[in-house]
Design a binder for this molecule. Structure first.
Ligand SMILES: CCCCC/C=C/C(=O)SCCNC(=O)CCNC(=O)[C@H](O)C(C)(C)COP(=O)(O)OP(=O)(O)OC[C@H]1O[C@@H](n2cnc3c(N)ncnc32)[C@H](O)[C@@H]1OP(=O)(O)O
Length: 390
C-alpha cells in the first residue's frame, strides 16, 4: 500500500486537526527576534534528527508554518470534505491567514527548538512509548509457562495501528506454537486499549476509500480469525479502560480478568460504525440481547463490576492488587496439564467455530459499507480534529 501522507521536514503527516493554536501562532512571535533563513534551514534539518514522533497535532502545526514560511498565505482551492488529509492540511495552512513569512519562519524555528529540547530532557524517562526489537508496539515475554503480549503505546492509550494489528497476529501465531501453556493479552500504562487507532482511516491508498475499505476488511478478517482459532487458553488482563475492538474481542477469550478501574465501551454508533470481533453473536449470547443492544447499539459504557455481573468479565480485582493477584492465579493455572487444557478449549470452541467465522465475515461486510459512509467520515474527522471526545 502506498500511504498518502505529507512529508514536511522528514515527518509524514496524516492527521485531521483544525487547531486554534495556529491562530495563536500568528501573535506568538511578533516581538521575538526574527529567525534568519539559515536558522530556518537548520530547524528543518533538526526535524530530521528527532527520534520521537511529535504527534499529529504538532506535525500539522509544523506543516502549516512551513508552508506559510516558504510559500506565504494558503493559495490552494479548498479540498472536498471526503478528502480528509488534504482538507486537514488546507485547514491548518489557511488558519494562518496573512501571517507574514518571517513570523511563520520564527514560529517554526521556536517550535522545533522546543521539540528538540523536550526530547533530550525526556530521554530514558519512564512512561514513554518504547520499541522492542521485533515488534513496533508490543512487548512479548515468555515466563513460567505464560506468554504475555503487552500492547505498548501507552501515550496513545494503546490504540491499535495497522502495523499493530499485524504484529498482534504474528505474536499470537508464535504464542500458539511456543512452549507456553497460557497466553495473556494486556496493556501497558493506564489504558488496556482505546480500540482502533482512528488515524488508520487517514492512510488512504491510491485506489481511494474503496481500496482502503477492502484492505481494512482483509486486515480485520485475519485479525479476528486469529482470536477465533487460537489453540490454547487465552486470557485478557484488562488493566484499565477498554474501548471498541478491544472490548468486542473479549467474547473470544477464555478468561477476562479486570482491574476495578477498567471500563468497557463500544461507541460504534457514535463513530458511524457497527460491531466487530464477533460481538454481534457473542455479546447477546453472554449477556442477553437487551444488555448487548444497550452496549453495541447505544454505546453504553460498563464499569468492571457491571461487565462482570453481565458475564463479559470473569473476575474483578482491586487496581492496587490487580497485577499481583492476576499473575499469581495465572502462574498456578499454567502448571496444569497443557494438553488437557488445549483439548478442553478446542472442544468448547469447536461447537461454534464455524458460526464465529461466519459472523466475522458478516460484520466485516457491514463495516465496509459503514467505512464508506458520511456518518463514519464525519465522526472520525470530529475525533481527529478534537471537536468531540468519546
Ligand atoms: C481497521 C480495522 C478497524 C476495526 C474496527 C474497530 C473499531 C473500534 O475500535 S472503534 C473504537 C475506536 N476508538 C475510539 O473511538 C477511542 C478514541 N479515543 C478517545 O475517545 C480518547 O482518546 C480516550 C477516551 C480513549 C482517552 O481520552 P483521554 O484520557 O482524554 O486521552 P487523550 O484523548 O488525550 O489520548 C491520549 C493520546 O492518545 C490518542 N488516542 C487515544 N485513543 C486513540 C484512538 N483510538 N485513535 C487515535 N488516537 C488515539 C489521542 O489522540 C491522544 O493523542 P495526542 O493528542 O497526540 O496526545
Amino acid at each position: 500500500m502506498v500511504s498518502v501522507t505529507w512529508t514536511v521536514a522528514s515527518f509524514s503527516l496524516s492527521p485531521l486537526q483544525v487547531s486554534s493554536f495556529l491562530v495563536q501562532q500568528m501573535h506568538m512571535s511578533q516581538t521575538a527576534m526574527r529567525a534568519s533563513h539559515k536558522d530556518f534551514e537548520t530547524a528543518v534539518n533538526q526535524m530530521k534528527l528527532l527520534k520521537k514522533d511529535p504527534g499529529n497535532e504538532m506535525k500539522l502545526k509544523l506543516y502549516a508554518l512551513y508552508k506559510q514560511a516558504t510559500e506565504g498565505p494558503c493559495n490552494m482551492p479548498k479540498p472536498g470534505v471526503l478528502d480528509l488529509i488534504s482538507k486537514a492540511k488546507w485547514d491548518s495552512w489557511n488558519a494562518l491567514g496573512s501571517l507574514p513569512k518571517e513570523t511563520a519562519r520564527q514560529n517554526y524555528v521556536e517550535l522545533v527548538s522546543s521539540l528538540s529540547s523536550s526530547e533530550s530532557s525526556s530521554q530514558g524517562k519512564p512512561g514513554a512509548d518504547s520499541k522492542q526489537p521485533g515488534y513496533e508496539t508490543l512487548v512479548v515475554t515468555s515466563e513460567d509457562g505464560i506468554t504475555k503480549i503487552m500492547l505498548n503505546r501507552p501515550t496513545k492509550k494503546n490504540a491499535i495501528t495497522t502495523q499493530m494489528y499485524q504484529d498482534i497476529v504474528l505474536a499470537l501465531e508464535a504464542a500458539g506454537k511456543d512452549d507456553s501453556t497460557i497466553t495473556v493479552l494486556t496493556g501497558n500504562g493506564d489504558y488496556y486499549c482505546s480500540g482502533n487507532d482512528l488515524n488508520n482511516f487517514t492512510d488512504i491508498p491510491p485506489g481511494g476509500i474503496e481500496e482502503q475499505a477492502k484492505n481494512n476488511a482483509i486486515l480485520l478478517r485475519n485479525f479476528v480469525g486469529c482470536f477465533i482459532d487460537f489453540p490454547k487458553p487465552l486470557v485478557a488482563a484488562v488493566n484499565g479502560p477498554a474501548v471498541g475492538i478491544s472490548v468486542t474481542l473479549l467474547g473470544l477469550f477464555d478468561i477476562v480478568y479486570a482491574s476495578d478501574r477498567a471500563t468497557f465501551h463500544t461507541p460504534f454508533t457514535h463513530l458511524g460504525q457497527s460491531p466487530e470481533g464477533c460481538s454481534s453473536y457473542t455479546f447477546p449470547k453472554i449477556m442477553g440481547p437487551a444488555k448487548a443492544a444497550e452496549m453495541l447499539i447505544f454505546g453504553k459504557k460498563l464499569t468492571a463490576r457491571e461487565a462482570c455481573a453481565q458475564g463479559l468479565v470473569t473476575e474483578v480485582f482491586p487496581d492496587s492488587t490487580f497485577q499481583k493477584e492476576v499473575w499469581t492465579r495465572l502462574k498456578a493455572y499454567s502448571k496444569l496439564p497443557p494438553n488437557a487444557m488445549r483439548t478442553s478449549k478446542q472442544l468448547i470452541r469447536n461447537v461454534e467455530r464455524e458460526k464465529l467465522h461466519a459472523t466475522n465475515s458478516e460484520e466485516i461486510s457491514a463495516l465496509q459499507g459503514r467505512w464508506r459512509s458520511e456518518e463514519c467520515t464525519n465522526a472520525v474527522m470530529n475525533f481527529l480534529s478534537r471537536k468531540v471526545k468519546l
